[in-house]
Design a protein around this ligand. Structure first.
Ligand code: GLC
Length: 547
Protein backbone atom coordinates (compact mmCIF):
# COMPACT_ATOMS: atom_id res chain seq x y z
CA UNK A 1 0.00 0.00 0.00
CA UNK A 2 1.41 3.43 -0.84
CA UNK A 3 2.54 5.17 2.30
CA UNK A 4 0.57 8.32 1.66
CA UNK A 5 -2.57 6.61 2.96
CA UNK A 6 -0.94 6.37 6.30
CA UNK A 7 -1.00 10.10 6.87
CA UNK A 8 -3.82 11.38 4.66
CA UNK A 9 -6.49 13.76 5.86
CA UNK A 10 -9.78 12.35 4.59
CA UNK A 11 -12.87 14.56 4.38
CA UNK A 12 -16.20 12.75 4.70
CA UNK A 13 -18.95 13.95 2.40
CA UNK A 14 -22.53 13.05 3.20
CA UNK A 15 -23.70 13.50 -0.40
CA UNK A 16 -27.35 14.27 0.28
CA UNK A 17 -26.35 17.21 2.47
CA UNK A 18 -23.25 18.64 0.79
CA UNK A 19 -24.40 20.62 -2.28
CA UNK A 20 -27.52 20.39 -4.41
CA UNK A 21 -26.96 21.22 -8.08
CA UNK A 22 -30.42 20.42 -9.43
CA UNK A 23 -32.49 22.23 -6.82
CA UNK A 24 -34.53 19.26 -5.60
CA UNK A 25 -33.44 19.75 -2.00
CA UNK A 26 -31.17 16.68 -1.97
CA UNK A 27 -27.43 17.03 -2.42
CA UNK A 28 -26.02 15.34 -5.51
CA UNK A 29 -22.83 14.33 -7.31
CA UNK A 30 -22.97 17.36 -9.62
CA UNK A 31 -23.08 19.48 -6.46
CA UNK A 32 -19.85 17.86 -5.29
CA UNK A 33 -18.26 18.44 -8.71
CA UNK A 34 -19.23 22.10 -8.49
CA UNK A 35 -17.42 22.41 -5.14
CA UNK A 36 -14.14 20.70 -6.02
CA UNK A 37 -12.40 24.08 -5.83
CA UNK A 38 -13.51 24.43 -2.22
CA UNK A 39 -12.26 20.93 -1.34
CA UNK A 40 -8.90 21.55 -2.98
CA UNK A 41 -8.54 24.87 -1.21
CA UNK A 42 -9.28 23.30 2.12
CA UNK A 43 -6.07 21.29 1.90
CA UNK A 44 -7.40 17.75 2.39
CA UNK A 45 -5.94 14.69 0.63
CA UNK A 46 -9.01 12.55 -0.06
CA UNK A 47 -12.78 12.56 0.08
CA UNK A 48 -14.92 9.68 1.34
CA UNK A 49 -18.48 9.65 0.06
CA UNK A 50 -21.22 8.09 2.16
CA UNK A 51 -23.59 5.96 0.00
CA UNK A 52 -25.05 7.50 -3.16
CA UNK A 53 -26.47 4.21 -4.52
CA UNK A 54 -30.13 3.60 -5.41
CA UNK A 55 -31.97 3.36 -2.12
CA UNK A 56 -35.36 3.94 -0.52
CA UNK A 57 -33.42 5.93 2.11
CA UNK A 58 -34.78 3.90 5.00
CA UNK A 59 -31.37 4.49 6.61
CA UNK A 60 -29.91 7.49 4.80
CA UNK A 61 -28.70 5.35 1.88
CA UNK A 62 -27.13 2.58 4.01
CA UNK A 63 -29.97 0.44 2.66
CA UNK A 64 -28.56 -0.27 -0.81
CA UNK A 65 -30.77 -1.52 -3.66
CA UNK A 66 -27.96 -1.86 -6.18
CA UNK A 67 -24.28 -1.62 -5.27
CA UNK A 68 -23.16 -0.76 -8.79
CA UNK A 69 -25.32 2.21 -9.71
CA UNK A 70 -26.12 5.77 -8.64
CA UNK A 71 -29.43 6.89 -7.14
CA UNK A 72 -31.15 8.85 -9.93
CA UNK A 73 -31.93 11.62 -7.42
CA UNK A 74 -28.20 11.96 -6.73
CA UNK A 75 -26.83 11.55 -10.25
CA UNK A 76 -25.76 9.04 -12.86
CA UNK A 77 -22.73 6.84 -13.43
CA UNK A 78 -21.49 9.37 -16.02
CA UNK A 79 -21.89 12.09 -13.39
CA UNK A 80 -19.88 9.93 -11.02
CA UNK A 81 -17.08 9.65 -13.58
CA UNK A 82 -17.09 13.42 -14.08
CA UNK A 83 -16.91 14.00 -10.34
CA UNK A 84 -14.08 11.50 -9.98
CA UNK A 85 -12.15 13.08 -12.84
CA UNK A 86 -12.58 16.56 -11.32
CA UNK A 87 -11.46 15.38 -7.87
CA UNK A 88 -8.46 13.57 -9.32
CA UNK A 89 -7.53 16.60 -11.40
CA UNK A 90 -7.50 18.57 -8.15
CA UNK A 91 -5.14 15.99 -6.63
CA UNK A 92 -7.78 14.46 -4.36
CA UNK A 93 -8.36 10.73 -3.90
CA UNK A 94 -11.85 9.25 -3.91
CA UNK A 95 -13.14 6.73 -1.35
CA UNK A 96 -16.59 5.17 -1.63
CA UNK A 97 -18.65 3.38 0.99
CA UNK A 98 -19.29 -0.38 0.70
CA UNK A 99 -22.17 -1.75 2.77
CA UNK A 100 -21.58 -5.53 2.95
CA UNK A 101 -23.40 -6.48 6.15
CA UNK A 102 -26.84 -6.00 4.66
CA UNK A 103 -28.55 -4.98 1.45
CA UNK A 104 -31.88 -3.21 1.25
CA UNK A 105 -35.08 -5.19 1.10
CA UNK A 106 -35.43 -3.92 -2.49
CA UNK A 107 -32.20 -5.60 -3.66
CA UNK A 108 -32.89 -7.99 -6.54
CA UNK A 109 -31.72 -10.98 -4.52
CA UNK A 110 -33.89 -10.17 -1.53
CA UNK A 111 -36.90 -9.82 -3.80
CA UNK A 112 -35.96 -13.15 -5.39
CA UNK A 113 -35.65 -14.73 -1.93
CA UNK A 114 -39.13 -13.52 -0.94
CA UNK A 115 -40.65 -14.87 -4.13
CA UNK A 116 -38.80 -18.21 -3.99
CA UNK A 117 -40.18 -19.24 -0.61
CA UNK A 118 -38.90 -21.23 2.38
CA UNK A 119 -36.07 -23.67 1.85
CA UNK A 120 -35.13 -22.24 -1.56
CA UNK A 121 -31.58 -21.60 -2.67
CA UNK A 122 -32.47 -17.90 -3.08
CA UNK A 123 -33.34 -17.62 0.63
CA UNK A 124 -29.94 -18.96 1.57
CA UNK A 125 -28.22 -15.74 0.46
CA UNK A 126 -29.86 -14.09 3.47
CA UNK A 127 -30.62 -15.39 6.96
CA UNK A 128 -34.10 -16.87 7.05
CA UNK A 129 -35.38 -19.03 9.92
CA UNK A 130 -38.65 -20.52 11.07
CA UNK A 131 -40.17 -18.85 14.11
CA UNK A 132 -40.73 -20.31 17.54
CA UNK A 133 -44.00 -21.13 19.28
CA UNK A 134 -46.82 -23.40 18.09
CA UNK A 135 -47.40 -21.53 14.82
CA UNK A 136 -43.91 -20.21 14.43
CA UNK A 137 -45.24 -16.76 15.16
CA UNK A 138 -42.59 -15.84 17.68
CA UNK A 139 -39.22 -14.62 16.36
CA UNK A 140 -36.32 -17.11 16.52
CA UNK A 141 -34.67 -15.05 19.28
CA UNK A 142 -35.59 -12.08 21.48
CA UNK A 143 -32.60 -10.01 20.27
CA UNK A 144 -32.96 -6.26 19.81
CA UNK A 145 -31.90 -4.54 16.57
CA UNK A 146 -29.57 -1.54 16.54
CA UNK A 147 -32.32 0.92 15.68
CA UNK A 148 -34.84 -0.59 18.09
CA UNK A 149 -37.37 -3.39 17.68
CA UNK A 150 -36.58 -7.06 16.99
CA UNK A 151 -33.69 -8.29 14.83
CA UNK A 152 -36.24 -10.51 13.05
CA UNK A 153 -39.05 -9.59 10.68
CA UNK A 154 -41.70 -12.02 9.50
CA UNK A 155 -42.57 -12.42 5.83
CA UNK A 156 -46.05 -13.40 4.57
CA UNK A 157 -45.24 -17.12 4.23
CA UNK A 158 -44.37 -17.23 7.93
CA UNK A 159 -40.54 -17.31 7.93
CA UNK A 160 -38.44 -14.68 9.64
CA UNK A 161 -35.33 -12.90 8.33
CA UNK A 162 -32.51 -11.42 10.37
CA UNK A 163 -31.47 -7.74 10.37
CA UNK A 164 -28.98 -6.12 12.73
CA UNK A 165 -30.37 -2.72 11.74
CA UNK A 166 -33.79 -1.72 10.30
CA UNK A 167 -36.21 -4.28 8.76
CA UNK A 168 -35.42 -2.65 5.39
CA UNK A 169 -31.80 -3.86 5.83
CA UNK A 170 -31.74 -7.69 5.67
CA UNK A 171 -28.34 -9.16 6.61
CA UNK A 172 -26.41 -11.15 4.05
CA UNK A 173 -25.39 -14.74 4.66
CA UNK A 174 -21.61 -14.56 4.24
CA UNK A 175 -21.38 -18.34 4.12
CA UNK A 176 -22.85 -18.15 0.63
CA UNK A 177 -20.45 -17.97 -2.37
CA UNK A 178 -22.83 -15.66 -4.32
CA UNK A 179 -22.48 -13.05 -1.59
CA UNK A 180 -18.70 -13.18 -1.87
CA UNK A 181 -18.97 -12.81 -5.64
CA UNK A 182 -21.41 -9.88 -5.41
CA UNK A 183 -18.93 -7.88 -3.36
CA UNK A 184 -15.85 -8.83 -5.36
CA UNK A 185 -17.77 -7.64 -8.44
CA UNK A 186 -18.67 -4.44 -6.63
CA UNK A 187 -15.10 -3.73 -5.56
CA UNK A 188 -13.89 -4.35 -9.10
CA UNK A 189 -16.66 -2.22 -10.58
CA UNK A 190 -15.69 0.89 -8.61
CA UNK A 191 -11.96 0.20 -8.77
CA UNK A 192 -12.20 -0.04 -12.57
CA UNK A 193 -13.99 3.32 -12.53
CA UNK A 194 -10.96 4.84 -10.84
CA UNK A 195 -11.98 4.85 -7.20
CA UNK A 196 -8.90 4.91 -4.96
CA UNK A 197 -10.32 3.28 -1.87
CA UNK A 198 -13.22 1.98 0.16
CA UNK A 199 -14.77 2.57 3.56
CA UNK A 200 -16.32 -0.67 4.79
CA UNK A 201 -19.57 -0.28 6.71
CA UNK A 202 -20.09 -2.44 9.84
CA UNK A 203 -16.89 -4.30 8.96
CA UNK A 204 -17.00 -6.29 12.22
CA UNK A 205 -20.45 -7.76 11.56
CA UNK A 206 -20.29 -9.87 8.38
CA UNK A 207 -19.33 -13.31 9.69
CA UNK A 208 -22.13 -15.04 11.57
CA UNK A 209 -22.62 -18.34 13.33
CA UNK A 210 -26.27 -18.98 14.05
CA UNK A 211 -25.90 -22.63 15.03
CA UNK A 212 -28.76 -23.69 17.31
CA UNK A 213 -29.36 -23.28 20.17
CA UNK A 214 -29.07 -19.50 19.88
CA UNK A 215 -28.51 -17.53 23.08
CA UNK A 216 -31.24 -15.36 24.57
CA UNK A 217 -30.77 -11.58 24.54
CA UNK A 218 -29.72 -11.74 28.19
CA UNK A 219 -27.12 -14.42 27.41
CA UNK A 220 -25.96 -12.60 24.29
CA UNK A 221 -25.23 -9.50 26.34
CA UNK A 222 -22.69 -11.50 28.33
CA UNK A 223 -20.80 -12.92 25.35
CA UNK A 224 -17.80 -10.74 24.55
CA UNK A 225 -17.32 -9.66 20.93
CA UNK A 226 -14.98 -12.13 19.26
CA UNK A 227 -14.90 -15.79 18.25
CA UNK A 228 -17.74 -16.90 20.53
CA UNK A 229 -20.18 -14.14 19.62
CA UNK A 230 -22.75 -15.08 16.93
CA UNK A 231 -22.14 -11.92 14.89
CA UNK A 232 -19.83 -9.37 16.48
CA UNK A 233 -16.17 -9.51 15.43
CA UNK A 234 -15.92 -13.22 14.68
CA UNK A 235 -12.54 -14.50 13.47
CA UNK A 236 -13.92 -15.49 10.05
CA UNK A 237 -14.21 -11.82 9.00
CA UNK A 238 -10.45 -11.98 8.49
CA UNK A 239 -10.91 -14.45 5.60
CA UNK A 240 -13.35 -12.10 3.85
CA UNK A 241 -10.95 -9.16 3.98
CA UNK A 242 -7.97 -11.25 2.94
CA UNK A 243 -9.99 -12.23 -0.12
CA UNK A 244 -10.72 -8.57 -0.82
CA UNK A 245 -7.10 -7.53 -0.23
CA UNK A 246 -6.02 -9.86 -3.03
CA UNK A 247 -8.42 -7.98 -5.34
CA UNK A 248 -7.34 -4.56 -4.02
CA UNK A 249 -3.75 -5.52 -4.78
CA UNK A 250 -4.53 -6.36 -8.40
CA UNK A 251 -4.72 -2.61 -8.98
CA UNK A 252 -1.91 -0.17 -9.39
CA UNK A 253 -1.73 1.49 -6.98
CA UNK A 254 -3.41 -1.08 -4.74
CA UNK A 255 -6.80 0.07 -3.57
CA UNK A 256 -7.01 1.32 -0.04
CA UNK A 257 -9.63 0.29 2.55
CA UNK A 258 -10.67 1.42 6.01
CA UNK A 259 -13.06 -0.59 8.15
CA UNK A 260 -15.81 0.79 10.32
CA UNK A 261 -14.89 -1.39 13.26
CA UNK A 262 -16.78 -0.92 16.50
CA UNK A 263 -14.56 -3.23 18.49
CA UNK A 264 -13.57 -2.23 22.00
CA UNK A 265 -10.36 -4.22 22.34
CA UNK A 266 -7.70 -2.36 20.34
CA UNK A 267 -5.70 -5.53 19.64
CA UNK A 268 -8.73 -7.17 17.98
CA UNK A 269 -9.31 -3.99 16.00
CA UNK A 270 -5.73 -4.19 14.79
CA UNK A 271 -6.51 -7.35 12.77
CA UNK A 272 -8.64 -5.33 10.36
CA UNK A 273 -5.79 -2.87 9.83
CA UNK A 274 -3.15 -5.45 8.92
CA UNK A 275 -1.59 -5.09 5.47
CA UNK A 276 -3.06 -8.44 4.32
CA UNK A 277 -6.51 -7.28 5.46
CA UNK A 278 -8.22 -3.92 4.95
CA UNK A 279 -5.08 -1.96 5.80
CA UNK A 280 -6.75 0.57 8.08
CA UNK A 281 -9.48 0.51 10.74
CA UNK A 282 -11.32 3.37 12.34
CA UNK A 283 -10.38 4.09 15.89
CA UNK A 284 -13.50 5.63 17.43
CA UNK A 285 -12.10 5.94 20.94
CA UNK A 286 -12.03 9.74 20.83
CA UNK A 287 -15.76 9.78 20.09
CA UNK A 288 -16.27 8.27 23.51
CA UNK A 289 -13.84 10.49 25.36
CA UNK A 290 -14.23 13.69 27.29
CA UNK A 291 -12.03 16.68 26.51
CA UNK A 292 -9.53 15.44 29.06
CA UNK A 293 -5.75 15.15 29.01
CA UNK A 294 -5.85 11.80 30.82
CA UNK A 295 -8.38 10.21 28.48
CA UNK A 296 -6.70 11.55 25.33
CA UNK A 297 -3.26 10.41 26.41
CA UNK A 298 -4.38 6.87 27.16
CA UNK A 299 -6.21 6.60 23.83
CA UNK A 300 -3.29 7.94 21.80
CA UNK A 301 -0.73 5.72 23.49
CA UNK A 302 -2.86 2.61 23.10
CA UNK A 303 -3.70 3.21 19.44
CA UNK A 304 -0.16 4.08 18.40
CA UNK A 305 0.94 0.81 19.95
CA UNK A 306 -1.76 -1.15 18.06
CA UNK A 307 -0.84 0.58 14.80
CA UNK A 308 2.77 -0.37 15.17
CA UNK A 309 1.95 -3.99 16.04
CA UNK A 310 -0.52 -4.37 13.14
CA UNK A 311 1.85 -2.72 10.66
CA UNK A 312 -0.65 0.01 9.84
CA UNK A 313 -1.19 3.60 10.88
CA UNK A 314 -3.72 4.91 13.32
CA UNK A 315 -6.84 6.87 12.43
CA UNK A 316 -8.22 9.81 14.38
CA UNK A 317 -11.89 10.77 14.24
CA UNK A 318 -13.79 13.42 16.20
CA UNK A 319 -17.02 13.63 14.18
CA UNK A 320 -18.91 11.69 11.54
CA UNK A 321 -22.47 11.24 10.25
CA UNK A 322 -23.42 8.96 13.16
CA UNK A 323 -22.47 10.99 16.22
CA UNK A 324 -23.17 14.35 17.84
CA UNK A 325 -20.78 16.90 16.30
CA UNK A 326 -17.74 17.46 18.50
CA UNK A 327 -18.32 21.21 18.80
CA UNK A 328 -21.54 20.26 20.66
CA UNK A 329 -20.18 17.30 22.60
CA UNK A 330 -17.44 19.42 24.10
CA UNK A 331 -19.92 22.12 25.15
CA UNK A 332 -21.95 19.66 27.21
CA UNK A 333 -21.23 18.78 30.82
CA UNK A 334 -18.61 16.05 31.10
CA UNK A 335 -19.88 12.52 30.64
CA UNK A 336 -19.18 9.91 33.25
CA UNK A 337 -16.34 7.64 32.15
CA UNK A 338 -17.58 4.93 29.78
CA UNK A 339 -18.64 1.59 31.25
CA UNK A 340 -18.12 -0.12 27.91
CA UNK A 341 -21.84 -0.04 27.11
CA UNK A 342 -23.01 0.75 23.62
CA UNK A 343 -23.76 3.40 22.65
CA UNK A 344 -21.29 4.92 25.07
CA UNK A 345 -22.44 7.82 27.25
CA UNK A 346 -20.97 10.56 25.08
CA UNK A 347 -22.84 9.25 22.06
CA UNK A 348 -26.23 9.03 23.67
CA UNK A 349 -28.51 11.54 22.08
CA UNK A 350 -31.45 11.04 24.36
CA UNK A 351 -30.18 13.74 26.68
CA UNK A 352 -32.97 16.01 27.85
CA UNK A 353 -31.72 19.09 26.04
CA UNK A 354 -31.78 17.41 22.65
CA UNK A 355 -35.20 15.91 23.27
CA UNK A 356 -36.69 19.22 24.27
CA UNK A 357 -35.47 20.67 21.00
CA UNK A 358 -32.65 22.46 22.73
CA UNK A 359 -34.94 25.06 24.31
CA UNK A 360 -32.58 25.57 27.17
CA UNK A 361 -29.62 23.31 26.50
CA UNK A 362 -26.82 23.29 29.02
CA UNK A 363 -24.53 23.59 26.00
CA UNK A 364 -21.78 26.19 26.24
CA UNK A 365 -21.37 26.84 22.52
CA UNK A 366 -18.33 29.09 22.78
CA UNK A 367 -16.46 26.61 24.98
CA UNK A 368 -17.59 23.71 22.76
CA UNK A 369 -16.11 25.31 19.64
CA UNK A 370 -12.96 26.39 21.45
CA UNK A 371 -12.33 22.84 22.67
CA UNK A 372 -13.32 21.36 19.30
CA UNK A 373 -10.65 23.43 17.52
CA UNK A 374 -8.06 22.53 20.15
CA UNK A 375 -8.90 18.81 19.82
CA UNK A 376 -8.74 18.97 16.02
CA UNK A 377 -5.37 20.69 16.09
CA UNK A 378 -4.21 18.08 18.61
CA UNK A 379 -5.13 15.11 16.37
CA UNK A 380 -3.76 16.75 13.22
CA UNK A 381 -0.28 16.56 14.70
CA UNK A 382 -0.46 12.85 15.55
CA UNK A 383 1.11 10.09 13.46
CA UNK A 384 -1.53 8.52 11.23
CA UNK A 385 -4.51 9.57 9.26
CA UNK A 386 -7.23 12.05 10.29
CA UNK A 387 -10.86 11.88 9.20
CA UNK A 388 -12.88 15.11 9.11
CA UNK A 389 -16.64 15.33 8.68
CA UNK A 390 -18.22 17.92 6.39
CA UNK A 391 -19.13 21.10 8.24
CA UNK A 392 -16.72 20.68 11.13
CA UNK A 393 -14.35 23.01 9.28
CA UNK A 394 -17.06 25.66 9.65
CA UNK A 395 -17.39 25.00 13.38
CA UNK A 396 -20.92 23.64 12.93
CA UNK A 397 -22.51 22.14 15.96
CA UNK A 398 -25.39 19.69 16.23
CA UNK A 399 -28.77 21.03 15.08
CA UNK A 400 -30.88 20.24 18.13
CA UNK A 401 -34.02 22.04 17.02
CA UNK A 402 -35.60 19.82 14.38
CA UNK A 403 -39.33 19.19 14.27
CA UNK A 404 -40.35 15.58 14.71
CA UNK A 405 -42.02 15.75 11.29
CA UNK A 406 -38.70 16.72 9.65
CA UNK A 407 -36.65 13.93 11.20
CA UNK A 408 -35.66 11.05 8.90
CA UNK A 409 -33.37 8.81 10.94
CA UNK A 410 -34.77 5.32 11.61
CA UNK A 411 -33.33 5.61 15.12
CA UNK A 412 -35.85 8.38 15.83
CA UNK A 413 -38.71 6.68 14.08
CA UNK A 414 -38.15 3.21 15.52
CA UNK A 415 -37.59 4.44 19.07
CA UNK A 416 -40.76 6.52 18.78
CA UNK A 417 -38.73 9.62 19.49
CA UNK A 418 -36.99 8.32 22.60
CA UNK A 419 -33.67 8.76 20.75
CA UNK A 420 -33.66 11.83 18.51
CA UNK A 421 -31.28 10.14 16.11
CA UNK A 422 -28.59 11.46 13.81
CA UNK A 423 -30.34 14.06 11.67
CA UNK A 424 -28.82 16.88 13.73
CA UNK A 425 -25.38 16.30 12.20
CA UNK A 426 -26.75 15.77 8.67
CA UNK A 427 -28.35 19.13 7.98
CA UNK A 428 -27.34 20.55 4.54
CA UNK A 429 -24.27 22.76 4.61
CA UNK A 430 -24.60 26.55 4.53
CA UNK A 431 -22.55 27.91 1.64
CA UNK A 432 -24.00 31.42 1.75
CA UNK A 433 -25.79 33.63 4.26
CA UNK A 434 -28.85 34.09 2.04
CA UNK A 435 -31.04 32.25 -0.45
CA UNK A 436 -33.63 29.49 -0.08
CA UNK A 437 -31.16 26.96 1.36
CA UNK A 438 -28.19 29.19 2.18
CA UNK A 439 -26.41 28.37 -1.07
CA UNK A 440 -26.85 24.59 -0.68
CA UNK A 441 -29.16 24.67 -3.71
CA UNK A 442 -32.10 26.53 -5.13
CA UNK A 443 -34.83 24.42 -3.50
CA UNK A 444 -36.00 23.68 0.02
CA UNK A 445 -33.33 21.57 1.78
CA UNK A 446 -34.36 18.03 2.76
CA UNK A 447 -33.63 18.86 6.40
CA UNK A 448 -34.33 22.44 7.56
CA UNK A 449 -31.33 24.67 8.31
CA UNK A 450 -31.51 26.75 11.51
CA UNK A 451 -31.22 30.54 11.40
CA UNK A 452 -27.82 30.43 13.13
CA UNK A 453 -26.29 28.52 10.18
CA UNK A 454 -26.04 31.87 8.34
CA UNK A 455 -23.19 32.97 10.57
CA UNK A 456 -21.28 29.77 9.73
CA UNK A 457 -21.71 29.95 5.96
CA UNK A 458 -18.67 29.20 3.80
CA UNK A 459 -18.86 32.65 2.14
CA UNK A 460 -18.92 34.38 5.53
CA UNK A 461 -16.00 32.36 6.90
CA UNK A 462 -13.93 32.63 3.75
CA UNK A 463 -13.99 36.40 4.18
CA UNK A 464 -12.83 36.23 7.79
CA UNK A 465 -9.20 35.37 8.59
CA UNK A 466 -10.22 34.59 12.19
CA UNK A 467 -12.92 32.07 11.19
CA UNK A 468 -12.89 28.36 11.93
CA UNK A 469 -12.58 27.71 8.19
CA UNK A 470 -9.46 29.88 7.94
CA UNK A 471 -8.05 28.02 10.94
CA UNK A 472 -8.65 24.60 9.33
CA UNK A 473 -7.06 25.72 6.07
CA UNK A 474 -4.00 27.03 7.83
CA UNK A 475 -3.73 23.90 9.98
CA UNK A 476 -3.96 21.57 6.95
CA UNK A 477 -1.50 23.64 4.90
CA UNK A 478 1.02 23.67 7.73
CA UNK A 479 0.47 20.00 8.54
CA UNK A 480 1.44 18.81 5.08
CA UNK A 481 4.51 21.04 5.18
CA UNK A 482 5.58 19.90 8.65
CA UNK A 483 4.99 16.22 7.87
CA UNK A 484 7.59 16.35 5.14
CA UNK A 485 10.30 16.28 7.74
CA UNK A 486 8.95 13.45 9.92
CA UNK A 487 7.97 9.78 9.86
CA UNK A 488 5.30 7.97 11.89
CA UNK A 489 8.08 6.80 14.21
CA UNK A 490 8.95 10.40 15.10
CA UNK A 491 6.74 10.74 18.11
CA UNK A 492 7.63 11.37 21.75
CA UNK A 493 5.63 12.59 24.71
CA UNK A 494 7.09 15.67 26.41
CA UNK A 495 6.99 16.65 30.07
CA UNK A 496 4.01 18.91 30.64
CA UNK A 497 2.04 20.35 33.57
CA UNK A 498 -1.08 18.55 34.85
CA UNK A 499 -3.95 18.71 32.38
CA UNK A 500 -1.62 19.55 29.49
CA UNK A 501 -0.45 17.11 26.82
CA UNK A 502 2.64 17.76 24.75
CA UNK A 503 4.38 15.70 22.11
CA UNK A 504 7.18 16.18 19.65
CA UNK A 505 7.38 15.15 16.02
CA UNK A 506 11.05 15.97 15.47
CA UNK A 507 11.36 19.75 15.80
CA UNK A 508 7.60 20.19 15.55
CA UNK A 509 5.87 20.28 18.96
CA UNK A 510 2.18 20.07 19.81
CA UNK A 511 0.95 21.42 23.16
CA UNK A 512 -2.67 21.22 24.30
CA UNK A 513 -4.00 22.75 27.48
CA UNK A 514 -7.10 20.72 28.35
CA UNK A 515 -7.76 22.65 31.57
CA UNK A 516 -9.88 25.72 32.26
CA UNK A 517 -6.95 27.89 33.36
CA UNK A 518 -3.95 29.26 31.46
CA UNK A 519 -0.51 27.71 31.99
CA UNK A 520 3.03 28.88 31.21
CA UNK A 521 3.87 29.04 27.55
CA UNK A 522 6.58 26.61 26.46
CA UNK A 523 9.63 27.95 24.57
CA UNK A 524 9.66 28.00 20.81
CA UNK A 525 8.20 29.85 17.86
CA UNK A 526 4.41 29.51 17.65
CA UNK A 527 3.34 28.30 14.20
CA UNK A 528 -0.39 28.00 14.84
CA UNK A 529 -2.76 28.37 17.79
CA UNK A 530 -6.39 27.26 18.06
CA UNK A 531 -7.23 30.37 20.16
CA UNK A 532 -5.39 33.70 20.44
CA UNK A 533 -2.26 33.48 22.62
CA UNK A 534 -0.71 36.27 24.63
CA UNK A 535 1.97 35.51 27.16
CA UNK A 536 0.43 32.26 28.45
CA UNK A 537 -0.98 29.08 26.93
CA UNK A 538 -4.70 29.79 27.38
CA UNK A 539 -7.34 27.31 28.59
CA UNK A 540 -8.65 24.77 26.04
CA UNK A 541 -6.06 25.67 23.41
CA UNK A 542 -3.57 23.84 21.21
CA UNK A 543 -0.40 25.38 19.82
CA UNK A 544 2.11 24.08 17.32
CA UNK A 545 5.67 25.15 18.00
CA UNK A 546 8.91 24.93 16.16
CA UNK A 547 11.93 24.27 18.38
C1 GLC B 1 -22.91 2.25 9.91
C2 GLC B 1 -23.18 3.59 9.29
C3 GLC B 1 -24.51 4.08 9.76
C4 GLC B 1 -25.56 3.08 9.34
C5 GLC B 1 -25.23 1.69 9.82
C6 GLC B 1 -26.06 0.65 9.12
O1 GLC B 1 -22.78 2.30 11.28
O2 GLC B 1 -22.14 4.47 9.59
O3 GLC B 1 -24.82 5.35 9.29
O4 GLC B 1 -26.81 3.47 9.85
O5 GLC B 1 -23.91 1.34 9.54
O6 GLC B 1 -25.66 0.53 7.79
Amino acid sequence: MPNSWKTDVVYQIYPRSFADANGDGLGDLAGITSRVGYLKDLGIDAVWLSPFYPSALADGGYDVDDYRDVDPRIGTLEGFDEMCAALHAAGLKVIVDIVPNHSSNRHRWFQEALAAGPGSAARDRYIFRDGKGPNGDEPPTDWKANFGGSTWTRVPDGQWYFHLFAPEQPDWNWNHPDVHREFIDTIRFWSDRGVDGFRIDVAHGLAKDFTEPLPTAAELALIPAGPNHPFHDRDEVDDIYREWRRVFNEYDPPRFAVGEVWVEIPERRGRYAQPDSLGQAFNFDLLRANFSAGEFREIVAENLEVASVSGSSSTWVLSNHDVVRHASRYGLPLAAPGDGSFPPPTLKRDTAWLLTGGVNPPEDTALGLRRAKAATQFILGLPGSAYLYQGEELGLREVAQLDAAARQDPTFLRSEGADVGRDGCRVPLPWDDHGPSLGFGSGKPHLPQPEWFKGYAVAVEEADPASTLSFYKEALRLRSKLLQGVTDEDFAWLEAPDGVLAYARGTWQVWTNFTDVPVDLPDGAILLASSPVSGLLPRATTIWLSK
